[in-house]
Design a protein around this ligand. Structure first.
Ligand SMILES: Cc1cc2nc3c(=O)[nH]c(=O)nc-3n(C[C@H](O)[C@H](O)[C@H](O)COP(=O)(O)O)c2cc1C
Length: 169
């Protein structure tokens, strides 16, 4: 698919068939994620690929707006031990967000559906995900991306707005 088509076609998909996502596609998604930019190229990300039904159920319940049934979840975590020092450390959030968007776009490109469900900075959700995945202290879960073959197809949407543009000439 052409890039501009992917950009407009990417919508949050929250309903999926039971068909599993192939291992080949999972690797393509992760490849896309790790192709993203990161501050000073620290790549402070870790990806937990979950297909275990019990853990998926825990992730479903982990955050208030994460109650989505999908055959696959990728939990994107920031690795604080790889993040930049002191006040630059929060750049891990932007790094992991760039990786997340790349995964969403690649999912669209592959004909899959996906939705980004926020975790960090919601403390209870973070704790729930941390417990579900037995995460070490140094890893902070940024989000849960639920992924699968879509059983709903939201229309492509163009949100372009001139009002949000500020040309400085
Ligand atoms: C940081 C972030 C957190 C989000 N958290 C959730 C969530 O918890 N549950 C959910 O269903 N969608 C979540 N979304 C998806 C947004 O609701 C969605 O992107 C927005 O409504 C625009 O719709 P679109 O993705 O179809 O363009 C989140 C998106 C972002 C970027």
């Amino acid at each position: 698919m052409e890039l501009n088509e992917v950009l407009l076609k990417r919508r949050s998909v929250r309903k999926f068939t039971e068909e599993p996502v192939s291992e080949e596609d999972v690797l393509k998604l992760l490849h896309a994620g790790m192709s993203g930019p990161s501050a000073c190229n620290k790549t402070p990300w870790e990806f937990f690929v979950v297909t275990n039904p019990e853990i998926l159920e825990k992730l479903r319940k982990a955050a208030r707006f994460s109650k989505i049934t999908a055959p696959l979840a990728i939990v994107v975590c920031g690795n604080l031990s790889k993040a930049l020092p002191s006040q630059l450390s929060p750049f891990w959030i932007q790094d992991c967000s760039a990786a997340t968007e790349n995964i969403l776009l690649r999912a669209t490109d592959l004909g899959l559906g996906a939705v980004w469900c926020g975790v960090h900075p919601m403390k209870t959700a973070e704790k729930n995900v941390r417990e579900a995945l037995s995460l070490p202290e140094k890893l902070v879960p940024l989000n849960i991306i639920h992924i699968g073959h879509p059983s709903e197809n939201p229309e492509p949407r163009d949100q372009f707005s001139e009002k949000k543009i500020h040309f400085i000439k």
